[in-house]
Design a binder for this molecule. Structure first.
Ligand code: 5GP
Length: 195
């Protein structure tokens, strides 16, 4: 999505440790008009796919997921990071390693909101090593639901998550794929796309 690539070039900041900061429009302050444009693109990509629910993870996946839910007209469920060491049997539970914080989080979804009839679109803001998505896929599988598709705003294509998930047979659509980024010069290269 050219619009996202341009926005990343304009407002993205490349940090050491392979972190791309996009706090000014995506991760902290949220440009809702821009989110709406991303959601329209998701709607176009998933036309005809039998999705009845979106699953994301708090916090930064929620904004994009809500906009996509509005366009696809489906509910949005977000996996919660649990602060309690006492996980109830009313929830599906997995552990996700956080790329940005370098810690492990217990993540839960109530069994009420995921079930075997669900055809899920998983949405997140970033795809790096794939831990967040693999955790969300695990939750969907625990519910015997189906992962229809995975929608990402920014994939860092030089990290392994996207390749691994595609090789495992998942359809992953990323609105922008960063092929390389240089913290010294700030230069960002995108994988070429058709649009
Ligand atoms: P993964 O689990 O694929 O390694 O990392 C994905 C998660 O880490 C996303 O949910 C996102 O919040 C965070 N993340 C990974 N890389 C970046 C990055 O370069 N910039 C930002 N802002 N978040 C990232």
């Amino acid at each position: 999505m050219k619009l996202l690539e341009e926005r990343i070039r304009k407002d993205g900041v490349v940090k050491p440790g392979n972190v791309l900061k996009v706090d000014s429009f995506l991760n902290h302050q949220m440009d809702v008009i821009f989110f709406n444009e991303m959601a329209k693109e998701f709607k176009r990509l998933y036309e005809g796919v039998p999705i009845n629910k979106i699953l994301t993870i708090e916090a930064s996946g929620i904004g994009i997921a809500i906009m996509a839910g509005l366009h696809l007209e489906v509910p949005v469920v977000f996996a919660k990071k649990s602060r309690s060491s006492n996980i109830s049997d009313q929830v599906y539970h997995t552990v996700i390693h956080s790329y940005t914080h370098n810690n492990d989080n217990d993540v839960v979804v109530s069994k009420q909101y995921l079930n075997e009839d669900d055809h899920i679109l998983i949405i997140d803001d970033f795809l790096a090593n794939g831990c967040a998505l693999e955790g969300l896929i695990d939750l969907v599988h625990q519910a015997n639901a189906t992962v229809e598709d995975i929608g990402i705003a920014v994939e860092k294509g030089f990290q392994e998550g996207g390749d691994r998930l595609r090789k495992a047979g998942y359809r992953v659509e990323s609105l922008a794929i960063v092929d390389s980024m240089d913290p010294e010069t700030g230069e960002i290269t995108f994988r070429s796309s058709e649009d």
